[in-house]
Design a protein around this ligand. Structure first.
Ligand code: HEC
Ligand code: HEC
Ligand code: HEC
Ligand code: HEC
Ligand code: HEC
Ligand code: HEC
Length: 443
């Protein structure tokens, strides 16, 4: 009897261990997702995991520094500010000679952030080693989609193994229970009674394990939900290197000239090649470094520059969608831009400064822009929409907006509800008008 009790305890221990492993995988998966986001937002413009570009490839770089005799922690100092590192560590000074281009400084990145980035980099398979399963697909989108699939199936396999371990551990407990009662012939108890009696005897252990299980499940669920579809830093490659900084910035072209449905409909729309041709018939970029990009516009429009005429051979430009909500979400531009009076900058950042093609801006970048409502949740997640809806007040009863004036009129008839709406913050926010109702955002 005593021996089987000890074995029982051992089973509990292996069960608790399984729960610990489950937590660990969930957390490390979360850290990888975070590393990927940071890498894409801050490093991807100059670095790739497996190929040198503006900066050297970053795969296995921590090991490289350690092997090369760099000082401890020097690599983190490098990312924070390469000049400090080069001044303190001869190895870093050597690295800084790699190219005449200087790396940017990232003083805000903590050691954990840098480790998360480099962990993610080290987890990337070398595309040159793998056989091409994408059928030669060369868009950034298709490659990263395949990556996601891979890391997902990996996590499922591990979770499956853990599940089996847990089942075995529980099965072991059951076997011990039966053993215990078989030896004790005098008391004939039903299975339920046995279980209850044992659970009571080991109530401290059972209580602790249940607590750990419940907390782990909750933490796991939330971490997984938060890392789903995190779009921040997403910047797909585009067929033409279109710079917003030149057009909306230097040339001062209004956003609505190109995104001409943004105030009228749900979608903002991407301009057709005809819109480009309004100007680029004349601006051919001849002799400039970007002449090739303009040739692509001509190829798409079927414009024969020599003859100054269209030849009818059109070939539409296929832009890759950058901001992309799942199909089950309804988002309406005119509602936000016109009715809500929200500037494009709030959600897309300052496009007049954007020298490369569009990117989903991380919320930290959006928060740096003057006049933006400061949010904490990741851009384009449900939490992001909801948080703004609970912070942003709507200017009701100003006589400028018939829809709100009608709401105002009705609210005044119900002073109690009106007072309740105003109670905590003295303003009427979007959520109080229904901005938190599932059906408003979900089909
Ligand atoms: C503006 C371009 C640029 C950006 C952005 C950039 N780097 Fe670099 N990085 C470089 C260059 C260039 C070098 C090579 C050193 C040199 O020539 O100064 C380098 C070198 C490095 C090295 C040493 C590589 C080696 O082989 O020893 C590490 C580590 C590194 N970068 C990490 C990062 C991380 C992490 C980020 C993002 C947080 C980042 N870099 C963002 C340009 C950049
Ligand atoms: C001369 C035409 C033009 C003007 C002016 C212009 N855009 Fe664009 N915009 C484009 C094109 C072409 C794309 C597709 C290429 C890309 O994604 O960078 C685009 C893409 C975008 C995207 C990403 C779309 C997606 O797929 O998610 C956003 C956001 C955007 N523009 C916002 C703005 C804002 C804000 C302004 C005004 C400050 C502006 N644009 C002015 C032509 C224009
Ligand atoms: C209202 C006029 C106008 C429209 C519309 C316009 N552009 Fe331009 N674009 C310009 C001007 C001006 C320049 C700068 C030319 C220069 O620097 O010589 C330019 C430059 C460019 C460049 C080179 C920028 C660089 O510095 O690398 C590209 C690429 C380009 N445009 C693509 C497009 C595309 C694609 C469209 C349609 C979506 C478009 N443009 C619509 C006026 C326009
Ligand atoms: C409240 C946040 C918000 C504001 C303000 C906003 N957008 Fe968007 N924008 C989004 C979201 C979310 C998407 C993705 C929509 C989807 O996938 O259905 C998007 C997508 C886009 C696209 C891609 C095409 C499309 O319609 O899906 C363009 C272009 C764009 N926005 C331009 C603009 C311009 C220009 C303005 C300012 C006049 C603006 N946006 C203001 C949130 C915003
Ligand atoms: C920066 C703040 C902000 C963000 C971010 C934002 N919204 Fe809104 N939203 C508003 C404001 C302000 C209104 C009120 C305008 C109105 O009443 O039509 C509104 C209204 C709405 C409405 C209509 C609510 C009603 O009562 O009729 C829907 C639906 C909606 N938003 C969906 C979304 C979705 C989906 C997202 C995320 C992808 C989002 N919003 C992100 C500010 C925001
Ligand atoms: C203000 C708009 C808004 C409201 C209100 C809203 N959602 Fe969402 N919801 C979204 C957006 C945007 C996404 C997509 C997030 C993403 O792709 O990460 C989403 C995603 C989801 C998902 C999929 C999980 C995921 O992370 O992709 C579920 C489930 C969901 N919502 C349920 C609800 C329920 C239940 C309610 C009501 C209590 C609700 N939503 C209210 C905007 C909203």
């Amino acid at each position: 009897m005593e021996i089987s009790n000890i074995q029982l305890l051992k089973r509990f221990k292996s069960f608790a261990f399984a729960v610990f492993i489950f937590n660990f995988t969930v957390f490390s998966n979360f850290a990888l997702a975070q590393g990927e986001g940071l890498f894409k937002a801050k490093c991807a413009t100059c670095h790739m995991p497996h190929k040198n570009s503006t900066g050297p490839k970053l795969f296995g770089v921590r090991a490289k520094w350690a092997d090369g005799g760099a000082k401890d922690g020097s690599i983190y100092q490098w990312v924070n500010n390469w000049q400090t590192a080069a001044a303190n560590d001869p190895y870093a000074a050597e690295v800084s000679k790699w190219s005449p281009t200087a790396m940017s400084a990232f003083p805000d990145l903590k050691k954990e952030d840098i480790d998360a980035i480099l962990d993610w980099v080290d987890a990337q398979p070398d595309p040159a080693m793998a056989t091409d399963t994408n059928g030669g697909g060369n868009t950034v989108g298709s490659i990263s989609a395949a990556d996601d699939q891979e890391s997902n199936s990996w996590i499922w396999i591990i979770m499956g193994v853990i599940f089996v371990v847990v089942i075995l551990a529980v099965g072991g407990v059951r076997r011990q229970l039966r053993l215990a009662t078989e030896q004790d012939e005098s008391e004939k108890m039903t299975y339920g009674e046995e279980l209850r009696a044992l659970a009571w005897k080991y109530r401290l252990q059972v209580g602790l394990v249940s607590l750990v299980v419940v907390i782990s499940l909750f933490v796991g669920l939330f971490q997984t939900l938060y890392s789903i579809n995190v779009m921040e830093g997403y910047q797909p490659s585009q067929p033409i290197a279109f710079p917003h900084s030149q057009h909306a910035g230097i040339n001062g072209i209004d956003c609505k000239y190109c995104h001409n449905t943004v105030t009228k409909s749900k979608s903002a729309s991407i301009p057709s090649v005809n819109v480009c041709m309004n100007c680029h018939k004349q601006i051919d970029g001849e002799g400039k470094p970007f002449a090739n990009e303009i040739k692509k516009i001509y190829a798409a429009a079927g414009w024969d520059k020599a003859a100054m005429a269209y030849n009818g051979k059109t070939n539409p430009i296929v832009w890759n969608k950058v901001h992309n909500l799942p199909d089950h979400v309804y988002f309406n531009h005119s509602q936000h831009v016109v009715v809500g009076g929200i500037d494009c900058k709030q959600c897309h950042g300052d496009m007049t400064q954007m020298q490369e093609t569009a990117m989903v801006q991380p919320v930290e970048e959006l928060n740096k822009i003057e006049g933006n409502i400061k949010l904490t949740r990741k851009t384009l997640t449900m939490g992001w929409c909801i948080e703004c809806h609970s912070k942003k007040d709507v200017a009701i009863g100003t006589g400028k907006n018939a829809y709100y004036d009608e709401i105002h009129r009705r609210l005044k008839k119900d002073p109690k509800l009106y007072a309740q709406y105003l109670n905590n913050d003295g303003k009427i926010t979007v959520n109080e008008l229904g901005g938190w109702e599932c059906a408003k955002c979900h089909y």
